[in-house]
Design a protein around this ligand. Structure first.
Ligand code: PMP
Length: 397
């Protein structure tokens, strides 16, 4: 049987990491994969998580299965973090949250839920979007269509085109937006724009799905939730896919959640029963450790405070590197206005580098960037920024 299997194409981003690892150049720079790095180029283990790990080890928790939707204290904390403790969505109990294996697992659960309950629904994704979105929803059997999002000429949100396109989507379709820190562009709507997006989407009877993988990486924990809180109008339905890979540094623990916001608590139970059904036939129930870590940090005032401090440090470093990159590009004489990089948010920036320039950076300078020109700003350090910007000056010409 296996003789007939064709080799699958390499994942463009993970394949880049393999090429980076194999490169013998001691001065190589990896701005490809989306993992936070500190000023020494290391991905830190957060102190709050180390402390929570010790607490959990001492507590000797049982290793029996978790319920299908995961740890109750974790799913409650997820809702509070996303919406705020006193938000009507939380206090009315009109949301159902399932703990999932990472943000990817959250998206897949939503894909299965859509395919099983709304056959024929099209999911609209932004152009561009995180490359795995299409893989995940296609694998679940959901058909996809693209929405204009990014204006290359101005390196900003193509807001007019987005609103116009949303206004033409048939009722009953779903739309996947990024809650904050859009991957790959780094370009997000303003609060006022979110409000207009909500107006059009609810007038059109569309289901908003918000991929929320970077809370706290843009402008702050509360600030980054503005989009989804603006969408969560009274009685309105929406879905939020959370990931704690980045903001808790828990990449390999696979900690995420899907939250289905329904009209009322009764609907949330019914919808929840279908979500549980989707999970049961996928991975049955989620792993416990990572969710326990997040729940432990969020439940303890001192640990939560420590998390805020560590998250703020990561955010400030990324935003600081944006400013440094722009000033160094200028210093090295690279032509053009790169100030848009300072306005983008999150770990990524659409640099505007062409595919040929990206390839030249890789081959001539051992600098690894995704073909689209998306750079991981967290891969920039005070140490490598001169080499990086000199190389960009060289390939841009
Ligand atoms: N959504 C977006 C926009 C992402 O960038 C990522 C991570 N690269 C995910 C979801 C998935 O997160 P996780 O690693 O938790 O599966």
């Amino acid at each position: 049987m296996f003789e007939s299997v064709q080799a699958a194409p390499a994942d463009p981003i993970l394949g880049l990491t393999d090429a980076f690892r194999a490169d013998p150049n001691p001065n190589k720079i990896n701005l490809g994969v989306g993992v936070y790095q500190d000023s020494n180029g290391k991905t830190p283990a957060l102190k709050c998580i180390q402390r929570a790990t010790q607490w959990i080890a001492q507590a000797k928790t049982a290793s029996s299965y978790l319920p299908i939707p995961g740890l109750a204290e974790y799913t409650a904390a997820v809702q509070q973090l996303a919406f705020g403790e006193s938000h009507e969505v939380v206090t009315e109990g009109r949301a159902f949250t399932a703990q999932t294996p990472g943000g990817t697992g959250a998206l897949r659960v939503v894909g299965d839920f859509l395919a099983q309950n709304f056959a024929g629904t099209t999911l609209w994704i932004t152009d561009p979007t995180w490359a795995n979105h299409a893989n995940i929803f296609t694998a679940a059997g959901v058909s996809l269509a693209k929405l204009p999002y990014f204006d290359k000429a101005t390196n900003s949100l193509a807001f007019g085109e987005l609103i116009e396109a949303l206004g033409k989507i048939p009722a009953g379709d779903a739309v996947l937006l990024h809650g904050c820190c859009h991957n790959p562009t780094g370009v997000d709507p303003t609060q006022e724009q979110w409000s207009q997006i909500a107006d059009v989407m609810y007038a059109q009877k569309l289901l908003p799905i918000l991929d929320f993988a970077y809370q706290g990486f843009g402008d702050g924990i509360e600030e980054d939730a503005v989009g989804l809180r603006t969408m969560a109008r009274e009685g309105a339905e929406l879905i939020v896919c959370s990931s704690f890979s980045k903001n808790f540094g828990l990449y390999n623990q696979r900690v995420g959640a899907s939250t289905f916001v329904c009209a009322d608590a009764d609907r949330a139970k019914v919808v929840g029963s279908q979500v549980k059904r989707a999970i049961r036939s996928n991975y049955s129930n989620p792993p416990a450790h990572g969710a326990r870590l997040v729940a432990t940090v969020l439940a303890d005032e001192a640990l939560r405070e420590e998390w805020h401090t560590e998250l703020t440090r990561m955010r400030n470093r990324i935003n600081g590197m944006r400013v440094l990159l722009v000033s160094k590009l200028k210093e090295k004489g690279v032509e053009g206005d790169f100030s848009f990089i300072e306005r983008q948010r999150g770990m990524f920036s659409f640099s505007g580098l062409t595919k040929d320039q990206v390839l030249a950076l890789r081959e001539k300078h051992a600098i690894y960037i995704v073909d689209s020109g998306r750079i991981n700003v967290a891969g920039i350090t005070e140490v490598n920024v001169d080499r990086l910007t000199e190389a960009i000056a060289d390939v841009v010409g």
